[in-house]
Design a protein around this ligand. Structure first.
Ligand SMILES: *Cc1c(COP(=O)(O)O)cnc(C)c1O
Length: 485
């Protein structure tokens, strides 16, 4: 199986090369040249681990199933509470797929616990003896999950940039207390897009550091995306085994979306044969994707808003490039991405938009609706959720009643623990949070009779290891120094 650049079908790489490089040499993102059919008739009898292995094996044929089992086991067996990566919980007439039972309490753990194992093995298979240095811009959850995943993994370093003021206090604390000797973390003065653009510029012209090669842990890495495909199959597996659906029935997925990675994994699952109804793209007030799916115009020239769902505060959804490339071809995709870079806007032709609308719906919820949804869902169903997940529930409630809505069984992806965003959740429940995040944890737990995840309660006494912030213009120098250490 080959992978090719979103901007050039002739620029090919093997799976292991694609994982090692992150981005293609022309700055495009890697796409698999085909989607092999998943053995759906076996799905109900597979374990979660076997589902992950089968999905990965169909994409990365340089690995055999035994090796992939080792990777999956190393990634998940100890890191996830209860061993189930993606439990389904009924909420009203839908199901919440909880992806936040990993070490940093957000869904990015699922991919980022696995990526270091895929990456270090891929490097060996490619004959690379250099160390790999992971560079990541984060709007919060990627940073902590990547740091945790790579922390003290032999042959790796990791450098994380987060937007100053653009992450929750708890996310910040998780990152700046990361003890790994191979980890560097710093705030950047700017928003997520500034930080991400800075990282892209470094990849385009990396500093010379001998014995080190740079790679990405952002959701643009195909090794990040692949593990996420598996939980769509797992949700379907669970619904079948609970007797809620029969093999072949269609299921909708509603996905709280920022960089478009998670929902794209759902689209890949569909391409591999999962019976998916609609994929509903849920955005917050940074509704650039809602507008795009409505009009075909992707226009980033708008005010950037900080919301209560910071991991979705994004105006350039990098992974959308993959969907565009799959829809209009690599050449046209290259043109459109160039327009986006130069003018901040591009327009998809009507025919392509129509095609996308058969697969995707889109909607958004503002902070007020998000708070209301958190409160009402807790009051009605006793189900507590974080603001990212609540955006998806709010969008689902509206979508269901809209002309585009349908009555198929629906799974809503739940991407973070409510305890990771305690302040916003307490406010939504009509409480007044204090300035102390740890008091808020206890307050939320007392109020809702739910348990504080251990991964968060232990942060209270953790020592700060990464204190400073830098300007965007200093990022290059920061990388040179830290990667060379
Ligand atoms: C990253 C993140 C998202 C958005 O996922 P994308 O793959 O970037 O679309 C949603 N919710 C949470 C909690 C996240 O951390």
């Amino acid at each position: 199986m080959q992978f090719y650049s979103t901007k050039n079908a002739n620029l090919k790489a093997s799976g292991t090369e694609a994982i090692v490089r992150g981005l293609a040499p022309d700055g495009g993102l890697y796409l698999p040249s085909e989607f092999r059919a998943f053995p759906m008739e076996k799905l109900s009898r597979l374990t979660g681990e076997e589902i992950s292995v089968k999905v990965l094996a169909s994409l990365f044929e340089e690995f055999d199933e035994k090796e992939l089992s080792e990777c999956v086991r190393a990634a998940y067996s100890e890191n996830f509470e209860n061993g189930d990566i993606s439990p389904l919980v009924p909420v009203g007439d839908a199901w919440s797929m909880e992806l936040f039972h990993g070490p940093t309490c957000a869904f990015k753990d699922v991919a980022l616990c696995l990526l270091p194992h895929l990456l270090t093995r891929s490097m060996k298979k490619c004959g690379i003896k250099d160390e790999v240095c992971i560079l990541t811009a984060t709007s919060g959850d990627t940073g902590s999950a990547a740091l945790f995943g790579f922390s003290d993994v032999k042959g790796t370093k990791i450098i994380v940039f987060y937007p100053d003021g653009g992450v929750s206090p708890m996310q910040r604390k998780q990152m700046v207390t990361c003890p790994g000797k191979n980890t560097s973390v710093t705030a950047v003065k700017g928003n997520f897009d500034d930080a991400q653009t800075g990282v892209k510029a470094i990849f385009a012209a990396p500093p010379e550091v001998s014995g080190v090669r740079f790679s990405s842990a952002n959701s643009i890495n195909i090794g990040r995306l692949a593990p996420q495909i598996a939980y769509y199959f797992k949700a379907y597996h669970d619904l079948m085994n609970e007797g809620k659906i029969r093999l072949g029935d269609k299921v909708n997925f509603v996905v709280p979306t920022g960089n478009f990675g998670d929902i794209l994994a759902g689209y890949f699952a569909k391409k591999m044969g999962l019976p998916v109804g609609k994929l509903v793209c849920a955005s917050n007030e940074n509704r650039v994707l809602t507008d795009f799916f409505e009009t075909g115009v992707y226009d980033r020239r708008r005010e950037f808003r900080l919301t209560s769902s910071p991991s979705m505060d994004i105006l350039i959804s990098s992974n959308l490039e993959r969907l565009i490339s799959m829809t209009v071809g690599t050449e046209k995709c290259g043109e459109l991405m160039n327009q986006l870079k130069e003018t901040g806007v591009y327009t998809l032709e009507d025919k392509a938009l129509k095609q996308l609308k058969q697969e995707f719906s889109a909607g958004y919820a503002d902070d007020k609706e998000t708070r209301k949804t958190i409160r009402e869902t807790f009051e009605k169903f006793g189900y507590l959720m974080d603001p990212h997940t609540a955006v998806a529930h709010a969008v689902y409630n509206k979508w269901k009643k809209s002309a585009e809505g349908n009555d198929l069984p629906t799974v809503i992806l739940s991407t973070a623990s409510p305890y990771k965003f305690t302040k916003a959740v307490l406010e939504a429940l009509g409480q007044v949070p204090t300035a102390d995040e740890y008091e808020n944890l206890v307050k939320l737990s007392d109020l809702t009779k739910t348990a504080i995840p251990a991964a968060l309660s232990r942060l209270a006494d953790a020592e700060v290891k990464h204190p400073d912030g830098i300007a965007v213009s200093e990022m290059q120098e920061f990388v040179k120094i830290r990667a060379g250490k």
